[in-house]
Design a protein around this ligand. Structure first.
Ligand code: ADP
Ligand code: ASP
Ligand code: MG
Length: 478
């Protein structure tokens, strides 16, 4: 059995028409003799709205929280009415009413105590995928796809780090074998919600924002899938975020290592943890466009295609803070860096970039609510300053290994921009630097113009750009 895990993101399931498009895509895979397992996100923006409702409740704004929930309820009930008919419509409507009753009770409770724990945040956030997966599972059953809804929390077992739970891979494999495999053997198409999981004692958890990609990869790993497909709203991994550079090109193939680096350094198209489960079993990952399923997308494989261009893509990570730690009194003592990193470890904060000199260390972290506590702990060992609104730009490509003069090209393309920190990772496939957030779009456009002016057609899809320039030329002639 050639299992293919197909993950559809929020925009791919944003409306009844988008959901019926996913059914056609899944049917296409089945028609090719594959056995699809579908992982869906919440409908577009639903997770943001659920978190906004939880935040309103925490402030004591019960009316505001319930108003958000009521809008979500209407949106989901309308979608069920458009997608389902007969007894199934009635059953799913009734089930959704129950879900929203429970959500409203929860929000009322939160508003009464004005307290929101990570555990409860996960519970509120989980509704998005719980609702979308049941609705889509029932729709796939009704539209002739033989869909079978599976509550992902029965399979995706995790530890209890709420908000960023760590999957228990062996347990997941076992559960998938017991729950999903038999459905596949009966020729059914299992539909699971991404992002959500549960501890072994049944407490709901989530894998972190954007985590449905990760679920897709975990399911692929657990079932030994033939391929993992991440269906989204762009043509694949592009040379940079197309929202920043509308002339970004599709990258046809990219290595696991390059894709992981891009995802980690901010390319939202993939969740950073997605690649590892696929690498472990050497399962190819595809990034594809649900609005243009005929497009070939991007293939992520073990080996990178050789390219004339030094870089494959430019990632942007915003909302970062630089922390400068200066410790003249620690001069020449050992254990200094360890003491600093222990602080970040204690606060479970990942550091993106580090630069050091004899007495000073600069580090960058995601701006988060733990910063004041981190700074307070660091000030026990050194003088500390921190400054937010920074962005990291990361250029990724296998071809920069050992190439001379690349850094000079990068920094001359952005010579008008004030660069705060620079790093070339040990992986030798990325070059990153930190700038003010307000400069980031201009810098990325300048770099994109410089490095992708003459793209290698073996690696990048240049046809769209050619199409555009032909259209411009024709318009000018006429
Ligand atoms: P989904 O809801 O399908 O998971 P996301 O919004 O999480 O989709 O990710 C897709 C978005 O990622 C795109 O719309 C695009 O704006 C953004 N993006 C950022 N960097 C890149 C890149 N290098 N290639 C493609 N998309 C990117
Ligand atoms: N719905 C979740 C989020 O918005 C997970 C995902 O879409 O990947 O973060
Ligand atoms: Mg995503």
């Amino acid at each position: 059995m050639k299992i293919v895990v197909m993950k559809f993101g929020g925009t791919s399931v944003e409306s009844p028409s988008a959901i019926s498009r996913t059914a056609e895509i899944v049917e296409g895979r089945r028609a090719r003799g594959m056995a699809p397992v579908v992982v869906v996100s919440a409908m577009a923006k639903v997770t943001d709205q659920l978190l906004a409702a939880a935040a309103a409740a925490e402030r004591g704004d019960k009316t505001g929280a319930l108003a958000i929930s009521s809008r979500l309820r209407n949106r989901h009930l309308d979608a069920v009415s458009a997608l389902l008919s007969g007894a199934a419509a009635g059953t799913v409507h009734a089930w959704m009413e129950e879900q929203f009753q429970a959500l409203d009770d929860l929000l009322r409770g939160l508003a009464a105590v004005q307290e929101l724990t990570p555990r409860t945040t996960d519970l509120v956030a989980s509704y998005g995928e719980r609702l979308s997966s049941r609705m889509i599972g029932e729709y796939y059953a009704q539209c002739g796809l033989n869909g079978a809804y599976v509550d992902a929390r029965t399979c995706i077992l995790t530890d209890s780090q709420h908000g960023k739970a760590v999957p228990l891979e062996d347990k997941i494999e076992q559960q998938l074998g017991q729950t999903v495999m038999p459905l596949l053997q009966q020729g059914r198409i299992p539909v699971l919600g991404g992002f959500i999981g549960a501890t072994e004692s049944g407490v709901t958890t989530t894998l972190g924002r954007g985590g449905s990609d990760y679920t897709g990869a975990l399911v692929g790993r657990g079932l030994n899938a033939h391929a993992i497909e991440i269906w989204t709203d762009v043509n694949g991994i592009m040379t940079t975020d197309p929202r920043v550079c509308p002339d970004a090109l599709r990258v046809k193939t990219i290595s696991f290592e390059e894709a992981a680096e891009l995802a980690y350094f901010g390319a939202k198209v993939l969740h950073p943890a997605t690649i590892l489960p696929a690498v472990q079993k050497n399962i190819p990952v595809w990034v594809l466009n649900s609005k243009d399923p005929a497009n070939h997308g991007t293939q992520i494989t073990a080996m990178a295609a050789h390219s004339r261009s030094p870089f494959k893509s430019i990632a942007i990570k915003r909302k970062l803070t630089i922390i400068d730690v200066v410790a003249s009194r620690m001069l020449m003592t050992h254990g200094y860096l360890r003491a600093i990193f222990e602080v970040f470890d204690r606060h479970k904060s990942a550091v993106d970039m580090v630069s050091t000199s004899e007495v000073s260390v600069s580090l960058t972290v995601d701006s988060n609510e733990r910063l004041p506590a981190i700074a307070a702990d660091l000030s026990q060992i050194a003088d500390v300053k921190y400054e937010g609104r920074k962005a990291l730009v990361c250029l990724v490509g296998e071809n920069i290994r050992g190439q001379n003069g690349i850094a000079a090209q990068v920094f001359s393309a952005i010579r008008h921009v004030n660069v705060r920190m620079i790093s070339q990772g040990a992986s030798e496939i990325n070059m990153s630097f930190m700038i003010e957030e307000e400069d980031v779009e201009e810098a990325v456009r300048a770099l994109h113009e410089h490095f992708f002016r003459d793209p290698d057609p073996d690696v990048f899809d240049v046809t769209e750009r050619e199409g555009l320039s032909n259209a411009i030329a024709t318009a000018q002639e006429n």
